[in-house]
Design a protein around this ligand. Structure first.
Ligand code: NOJ
Length: 745
């Protein structure tokens, strides 16, 4: 027996015995990775770079001889997605352990905002501006997923976007880089918990690298044309934050950037991610994106696609089958150095070791833990808390809200009142089931007293063109003291590939609101959607509006808490709401022009506005009301001139001047007045969320240092330039309450 086959035998025997390789205790993970790599054939290495989706049970009798099953047993599948559940992952892992080297498989899944207990969609969670709560949401998702055998979630999506036509905004953190970077960190921390290796942690995946959110025209998968400065200044920082937070993996993206598909983009993956940022995790392609480079017209066939992707730094091929089909040939022909394959394999094996899978491949597939954790009641309570915090109160004339719990009759109208599926959002289509979603109807029933009568009428479907249901809805409204109308989008209307050219409230829903408004009854509108929608008539005429997104398993209870004042809404918009699609892309941190639009926000000629519409949005970034009011006063700066190593302490007084206890998200914006490249009219640089009792005041403190004043100059050098800065503190990007200036010497 040769030395090599002896080691192989030991390795195999030891894995079978449930331990790991003989020298494991004394070795570092890198040494253990190397010891496995040495045993691997080229085909086995390529197998590690291959990820398939399970469309159905792979271990059933009918699939015994399926090619997938045979490939798994031959060690040709390093990872699978869409295999979930302790039992199913165990049975699939058993197949992987029948391979020669018994290398365990990784199970990935899109656990985006919850596994069974579903949290609000990510964009909604960001509206809470509560980083701890966001981290906790991802933590719960990880605990449940890990108990169901999953090692890896394809989240967080950290793509910044300024275009609400792009349906994937529902999965991101909105339009702001600073907020988005903090959210990216919080989510990575939440998913990965105390670190890989704990059985309640899953690997995070920062996606989609890079610039996916800037698809031209808001059309998903579309091209991106972007300057280097925009890339570095706005689109990359959330990825960098995720990498720094230790995100175990990255996913590249479907789009091309400036003509080069991200999947075959060495500048993004090799130079920036693995080079400049020294990233040690691995990169998975997006679904089929390696093969899709053929459609782009970037490569001739999958053979060239595999060459391009592996060279550019895509380590794992999700579902395109380009690597399994071509990499061996490419290596044999000398086109792909085996060192490149080894590097990718090592990155993947390292994660398998870190997860502890070589020590116990079944450690995540534990049915007892699954029963205890998945759908756990405590998780529901946390999801409800998150859902309440995610609601944004857009309008509340004459303090119509909160409603009295002794209201006699409430009409509850609209296509989403009784909906359960839609509350779960796009990522729930097909899974998980809606069996325990609290609809708005149920939530209201849970809330009101026995003396309150709830009258339901659907009015119309979400995308209806018919008014047939209006009469019943109007009659319900006429019989009531107040009318709650629940409108918006179905869950299939915002999400992957759900770009919409028309983002108005779909169908005849706004006409339904008009008809109900004509009854003269007080109206409260709830807008449930995965993106900013346009609903100008409603916004201008209806007294109370709450944006309720898609809030997950506890949607109905959370909404009822807000409507009846058991929770005072505190959400703020993480994305600008346009007046019409023609304003898109629209975002608060735009650059000033030589001919700025007039301050009175009227339509303008020979100015950078529109001749037929005002320039401002309908609802601005950072905007959101409370049942109470907050006063901002006593702004003080410790200095008004600083050197580059100094910092300024900014303090001011925040007072709850209303009747209810409430939370305020205080926002700090800066503007660099003159710089070597034009700077935005304002940039969010800090924020905090505080709870104040009625009449209570608190001193808020922020620190401004050079880092907060820095930007990428024309040579892409990061730094601050001397000059004057405007400091703006307020309740929204368009509601600045305190101002001052300071100078950097
Ligand atoms: C395609 C999506 O773009 C990506 O975000 C997702 O993780 C994969 N499909 C896997 O489902």
């Amino acid at each position: 027996m040769t030395k090599r086959s002896f080691i192989a035998l030991c390795f195999t025997a030891c894995i079978t015995a449930g331990t790991h390789d003989v020298f494991a205790q004394k070795k570092t993970i890198d040494q253990r990775v190397d010891s496995v790599l040495k045993l691997m054939t080229l085909d086995e290495k390529i197998g590690q770079l291959n990820q398939y989706s399970s469309k159905e049970e792979v271990t059933g009798p009918e699939s015994d001889k399926s090619s997938l099953l045979l490939e798994i047993k031959a060690g040709k599948v390093g990872s699978m997605l869409n295999v979930r559940g302790a039992d199913r992952t165990r049975r699939t892992q058993e197949l992987a352990l029948q391979s020669r080297l018994k290398i365990p498989m990784l199970f990935g899944q899109d656990v985006i905002h919850g596994y069974k207990v579903t949290f609000p969609i990510p964009l909604a969670e960001v509206a809470s501006w509560d980083l701890q709560a966001i981290e906790q949401g991802s933590r719960v998702a990880a605990i449940e997923a890990a108990a169901a055998g999953i090692h890896w979630t394809f989240a967080p999506m950290v793509d910044l976007s300024r275009d609400p036509r792009w349906g994937r905004v529902m999965e991101g953190a909105g339009e702001d880089t600073y907020l988005g970077s903090l959210v990216a960190k919080a989510r990575v921390k939440g998913f990965q918990g105390k670190g890989l290796g704990n059985t309640d942690a899953v690997m995070a995946c920062a996606k989609h690298f890079a610039a996916y959110g800037a698809a031209v025209g808001g059309r998903d998968y579309n091209s991106v044309d972007m300057s280097e400065r925009t890339l570095w200044e706005w689109y990359l920082p959330p990825f960098k934050a995720a990498a720094e937070a230790g995100a175990a993996t990255f996913m590249n993206s479907f789009n091309d950037m400036n003509g080069v598909p991200a999947t075959g983009n060495a500048y993004l993956q090799r130079d920036i991610l693995k080079g400049k940022w020294k990233y040690t995790g691995f990169v998975v392609s997006d679904w089929g994106s390696i093969g899709e480079m053929v459609n782009h017209g970037f490569v001739k066939d999958k053979y060239e696609a595999a060459l391009s992707a592996i060279t550019a730094g895509s380590d794992m091929d999700m579902e395109s089958r380009s690597y399994t089909a071509n990499l061996a040939k490419l290596v044999k022909e000398g086109k792909v150095p085996v060192a490149l394959i080894d590097d990718a394999v090592k990155r993947i094996l390292r994660k398998k070791f870190e997860l502890g899978l070589f020590d116990d491949p079944f450690r995540f597939s534990n049915t007892q833990r699954e029963t205890e954790m998945v759908g756990n009641a405590q998780h529901r309570a946390i999801a409800k808390d998150m859902a309440k915090k995610s609601i944004v109160l857009l309008k509340n004339n004459n303090s119509l809200l909160p409603l009295s719990k002794t209201t006699k009759t409430i009409a509850v109208v609209g296509p989403l009142v009784k909906s359960e599926d839609d509350m779960l959002g796009f990522w729930s289509v097909g899974w998980p089931d809606n069996s325990d979603v609290v609809s708005q109807w149920e939530g209201l029933q849970n809330k009101v007293s026995n003396n309150t009568r709830l009258v339901y009428a659907k009015g119309c479907e979400v995308s209806d063109t018919s008014h047939a249901g209006f009469a019943e809805a109007i009659a319900a409204a006429q019989s009531a003291d107040v009318v709650i109308v629940s409108v918006g989008e179905r869950r299939e209307m915002s999400g992957e590939a759900k770009s919409r050219a028309n983002i108005h409230l779909p169908g005849v829903q706004e006409e339904l609101i008009q008809a109900l408004h004509a009854t003269g009854k007080p109206l409260v509108v709830l807008v449930n959607a995965g993106r900013p929608l346009v609903f100008n008539w409603t916004a201008d005429n209806v007294p109370a509006i709450a944006y309720t997104w898609w809030l997950g398993s506890e949607a109905g209870n959370a909404i009822a808490d807000v409507l009846f004042g058991d929770y005072n809404p505190s959400g703020k918009l993480p994305m600008t709401f346009p007046r019409t699609e023609g304003q898109i892309p629209i975002y608060y941190n735009y650059l000033n022009t030589g001919r700025p639009a007039p301050d009175d926000d009227k339509p303008s000629n020979y100015r950078s506005g529109y001749i037929d519409l005002q320039k401002s949005p309908k609802f601005a970034f950072g905007y959101g009301l409370s049942y109470t009011t907050f006063d901002y006063s006593d702004l003080q700066l410790s200095k008004t001139t600083i050197g580059s190593n100094d910092s300024i302490i900014v303090t001011f007084k925040l007072t709850n001047s209303g009747k209810y206890a409430g939370e305020e998200v205080v926002q700090l914006y800066l503007r660099d007045e003159v710089a070597s490249v034009v700077r935005p009219v304002k940039e969010l640089k800090d924020f905090t969320k505080l709870l104040l009792l009625p009449g209570e005041s608190k001193t808020v403190r922020f620190v401004i240092n050079k880092e907060k004043l820095s930007f990428y100059n024309a040579q892409l050098k990061w730094g601050a330039e001397p000059g004057r800065f405007n400091l703006m503190i307020g309740s929204a990007s368009n509601d600045i309450r305190l101002k001052n200036k300071f100078e950097l010497k």
